[in-house]
Ligand binder design. Sequence first.
Ligand SMILES: [Fe+2]
Length: 310
Amino acid sequence: MKKSIKTIREELDRDGISILKGELSSSNLLKMKIAFESQLFLPRFNTSSGYQQNEKWRFLIEDLLTLSQEFYFPIYSEDLISVIRGYIGNDFQMTEARGWKTISTTKNFHGWHNDAWYDEAYYSSPPAQLKLGVYLTDVESGEFVYVKGSHLLEYKPIHMNDRQVKDLRLPIEFVTGSAGTIFLFDTSGIHRQNTPVLKSRNAVFYNFHDPSIKLQNLDLQYNRYSPLLLNASFLKNLNKEQERILGFGDTRYYSNKWYKEYRFKKFHRLVSYSLTLLLELNHIKKSLLRYKRFILFHICSFINFRNKND
Ligand SMILES: [Fe+2]
């Protein structure tokens, strides 16, 4: 890590964001890119993995820790873990590992906000939550933008327009950078993805908070922050603390309502019926072929029989 733990911590405390560079080797970055891009070919459907989509401009890839060993890098970085532990507390865990491709657009689709995730009625100020962002492509536009120092205002979840952000009179960090750029930020600060996005952007985001925090209803409804899905082949040589950070054996965010609320329920049914129809047509086609072969066989047998007896 090029910046010292102390510097990163000071930047987080003062600005709410710290940009780290040189955390990833080029070979690890390449493996992450390949694994990520392998999921971008088509949306996830039936037996095929792929991306999820619930808005026009972003292709979402969940469960990064099932895709490639290299996505586990944060838990192997003692410095990074030390910073996160110091900021959130000893009981922090990695609670999400996902990423998305933002397609190029001039549409201003992602406004200023801070993250809504905890039960607002229960907490008088935002509980600590950090996100670790990693660019998998070079980002010169559509970059992550953060209003420095806005985390100290302790806003409850809020959306802001440009005028409101300007009125804060706080400096703004524009996180442009090459693939491999890493940044850590307090999600209670005001941030957004900048507009326009002139070139599509692939980025991943890890979420860290203490899972004793009560979640907002929307996240309970969609089963967000349910325990991380992991790939067994990647879980070698973990120490107890790394296992704890990944949430081994922790059921606090587990719900037996294992399915998510359906989005686009009617469309989902339509696609499901179409698949059933397609499988039925395939079945009929195979039956007709078998029937055709059966008839041809008997016609040929009959002709052979006639020829022998003539
Ligand atoms: Fe956000």
